[in-house]
Design a protein around this ligand. Structure first.
Ligand code: HEC
Ligand code: HEC
Length: 328
């Protein structure tokens, strides 16, 4: 449904306002997309802390990356920036934005099977997307990141949905995603920036903590296999809404089929392993259908979960829940 509206929206600027309204009106209460101006913050302690938080997200590699001069500050395990995925410093609609997110925490997290804080969520991306260490809980870095998230949620109501959050929800396939076709799409569209070997292109030299002009999509300096970007639904929607870099949810470039297939190919490539995946999702029936690692409580195989189709898995989980099966 949403996808149809989106296509219609692309027809002309004139109707975009109407379309947005139609989409927004179809869900529960939503907050309008408002991004506060960071340059208007005074140069006092608060303003400086928020700006440090922003810099930590856009220049993660230079401030807390594995190549920084001070060994104690080498907290991220790879040379990515948070903003390689949370695009435009976390302000782009359907570019995994961080706008309004602060108002949604603490919340129940299926991955841990418990209620988690915004700090826990940041640590999740530190240890998985950044393949690194947890930030020291009392340190200036975690405080600054939380301050930036609070700043980005200024005016957002606690608990209200934010239209534009996440990476979108394009139609799903009724077939399994096809990494062989995905390899072709990769060669035709993605390789020019991310490299035919998927290892990206450094901004400077290895060792200079300069990060990437085009970030790697797999290999030793990429996100690890426990990261959200390594799940097909999350990854394929991100790519559909944002890649090639510059695309956006109103003007997509990839067809949904190509987006599913290319991300299936990317996720089938080698990447660092997250040692603690086995303890994720302690309640088995709460595991997202596109989690690439077991155990699975629904009887479907690892490949079914990695490539889909997902509707049969959801139907099975629903039936098991209705049967009162204990999540295990
Ligand atoms: C490789 C891509 C990637 C990188 C790099 C990354 N993240 Fe994330 N992040 C994600 C994905 C994907 C999700 C959504 C995960 C999910 O669906 O559960 C997410 C979710 C989040 C959320 C919750 C958002 C919400 O809508 O609830 C926060 C906060 C966050 N990340 C912070 C960070 C911070 C801070 C960094 C850098 C230290 C970072 N992330 C680096 C991919 C990334
Ligand atoms: C025009 C160059 C360009 C093309 C083409 C392109 N990307 Fe990207 N991609 C980027 C840049 C630049 C970023 C980081 C964006 C930022 O930091 O603002 C990125 C980020 C990403 C990320 C998240 C960061 C990471 O390292 O995992 C993924 C996943 C991704 N691209 C996948 C793809 C796929 C799949 C394709 C092909 C369909 C593609 N991209 C095509 C330039 C490109």
């Amino acid at each position: 449904m949403r996808h149809d509206v989106r296509r219609y929206c692309a027809v002309g600027m004139l109707v975009i306002g109407m379309c947005l309204h139609a989409v927004a009106g179809s869900s529960a209460e939503t907050s309008p997309w408002v991004v506060a101006d960071i340059d208007k913050l005074p140069k006092d302690d608060w303003g400086n802390t928020v700006r440090y938080g922003r810099d930590l997200m856009t220049r993660t590699f230079a401030l807390i990356g594995p190549e920084v001069a001070d060994p104690a500050m080498r907290l991220s395990g790879n040379n990515l920036a948070c903003s390689n995925c949370h695009l435009e410093a976390g302000t782009k609609q359907f570019g995994l934005p961080l706008v309004g997110v602060y108002s949604d925490f603490p919340n129940y997290r299926a991955r841990s099977g418990s209620v988690g804080t915004i700090e826990d969520r940041i640590q999740g991306c530190m240890t998985r997307s950044q393949n690194g260490k947890r930030l020291p809980p009392e340190g200036a870095e975690l405080t600054a990141m939380v301050a930036y998230l609070k700043f980005l949620a200024d005016g957002y109501k606690v608990g209200a949905a934010t239209f534009g959050r996440g990476a979108g929800a394009m139609p799903e396939l009724s077939r399994a995603a096809d990494p062989v076709h995905g390899a072709e799409v990769f060669g035709q569209i993605c390789a020019i920036c991310h490299g035919a070997d998927g290892l990206g292109k450094r901004a400077g030299k290895v060792g200079d903590a300069g990060g990437y002009e085009f970030p790697p999509l797999w290999g030793p300096d990429s996100f690890n296999d426990g990261a959200g970007m390594n799940r097909l639904i999350s990854g394929a929607n991100f790519v559909h809404s944002n890649m090639p870099n510059g695309a956006n949810w109103r003007e997509t470039v990839l067809s949904p089929d190509d987006a599913w297939d290319v991300m299936a190919y990317v996720q089938a490539q080698p990447r660092p392993h997250f040692a603690k995946v086995a303890s994720d999702f302690p309640k088995g029936l709460e595991k997202p259908v596109d989690t690439g690692y077991g155990p699975y409580a629904d009887g479907f195989s690892q490949d079914d979960h990695r490539f889909g189709p997902f509707a049969p898995i959801r139907a099975k989980i629903k039936a098991l829940k209705a049967d009162g099966a204990v999540a295990k």
